[in-house]
Design a protein around this ligand. Structure first.
Ligand code: ATP
Length: 370
């Protein structure tokens, strides 16, 4: 299965718009989005339910006709090509292997449709099964293997097509937590091996963060931000992305800019002053209404800071750390603390945060300012 890559395999979603006419009026499912996906890139569309991820993927696949805009493979406009002529392999949440066919014939099925001889397609199916480590299952029927093994077979069925791109819509959502992690790795392994553009849809930001080269965060049919997992985590473009990316999610507190000088910026929050190590170049002026964002790992519950305090209402264990929920001067905030910290529900604790890691957002527009 030798595969070469070239920019001919890059995908461009150019100003794609998709409207649906419903009895209640027109629904704009995808609102003029533009994404370029590199020839070897793993790009994930992530966002809440109804934001337009699946519709975008279906337009890519040729299962929906765009209202306007273009889908290009390399320089070629494939918008008018039917799904079976695009050479994209698709994997969906519902695996739908044929129950009356052995695994080998399920894997080989796309080649049968193309008219490839039985011997040849079985050879290709065996190669794909080897990649997925399921060669011992080839003569079994889907009903005789586990859910995870069926998912591997479905993945092998996409690999066997030697497609120009992989399109995947929530392929892990029916699996339990352990299998999810296992199949997630298999998908990454396949991607690294066959090096074809992959567009992956999920509502799960954690899945997106672990698997992707880049992530497009969608909301209301549009794109809020496209970037690497690190960029989205460390430099969220707006409040929506800041809220969506990261688990546990970022804490927020409303504030008002009090002073801006070469020494820094001070913001009043709940009648206390927070000094931020931002310089006067930050686009902030006295009186600006802002939202401060700070991640749970930058919060400390044992050092007196600007004078905030709160009561611990919940302690959850996450791997080797604890996540404390604190109700107090800043509303409800969360802090990750060491598992050894002697904290208990009901404790009243000081709240401080690392001011060098604070994000400042415009409260009206939600845009990231600093
Ligand atoms: P989910 O995560 O729930 O699958 P999504 O982000 O994939 O959501 P889409 O399924 O693309 O979102 O839907 C985007 C919007 O378009 C929603 O408002 C949805 O109701 C609407 N929509 C999708 N398909 C159709 C259709 N065939 N007819 C009418 N409206 C549709």
């Amino acid at each position: 299965m030798s595969q070469t890559t070239s920019t001919a395999n890059s995908i461009t979603i150019d100003t794609l718009r998709k409207e649906f006419n419903t009895p209640d009026g027109t629904v704009v499912a995808v609102d003029s989005i533009h994404i370029e996906i590199g020839p070897e890139e793993f790009l994930t569309l992530v966002g809440p339910s109804g934001c337009g991820k699946t519709t975008t993927l279906r337009c890519l696949a040729g299962l929906e006709t765009p209202t306007s805009g273009e889908i290009r493979l390399g320089n070629r406009d494939v918008s008018d090509l039917p799904a079976n002529k695009r050479d994209f392999a698709m994997m969906f949440q519902n695996i739908a292997l044929y129950p009356h066919m052995k695994i080998i014939d399920n894997i080989a099925y796309p080649l049968k449709v193309r008219g490839v001889s039985t011997q040849e397609r079985h050879e290709h199916a065996k190669e794909a099964a080897e990649i997925m480590q399921i060669t011992d299952l080839l003569n079994k029927y889907p009903g005789e293997v586990s859910g995870g093994q069926r998912q591997r077979a479905a993945l092998a069925r996409t690999v066997v097509q030697n497609p120009k791109a992989f399109l995947m819509d929530e392929p892990l959502s029916d699996l339990d937590a352990k299998l999810k992690v296992e199949i997630r790795k298999e998908i990454q392994r396949v991607h690294q091996r066959v090096k074809r553009p992959t567009v992956y849809v999920t509502h799960d930001q954690e899945e997106a963060m672990t698997m992707s080269d880049r992530i497009a965060v969608m909301n209301n049919g549009g794109i809020e931000q496209i970037g690497t997992p690190n960029e989205l985590y460390n430099e969220p473009a707006n409040l929506f992305v800041a809220q969506f990316i990261g688990n546990p999610s970022m804490n927020f507190a409303d504030g008002t800019v009090e002073t801006v000088s070469t020494d820094g910026v001070s913001v009043s929050v709940d009648e206390r002053i927070v000094d931020l190590s931002l310089n006067a170049e930050a686009d902030l002026s006295m009186g600006d209404e802002v939202v401060l964002g700070f991640r749970p790992e930058t919060v400390s519950l044992d050092t007196a800071g600007p004078g905030f305090e709160g009561e611990i209402t919940l302690i959850e264990r996450i791997d080797d750390r604890m996540l404390a929920t604190v109700e107090g001067d800043l509303g409800e905030i969360r802090a990750t603390v060491s598992a050894d910290d002697p904290l208990n529900v009901g404790d009243v604790v000081p709240i401080s945060f690392d001011t060098s890691h604070i994000h400042v957002f415009d409260r009206d527009t939600g845009e990231h300012i600093a």
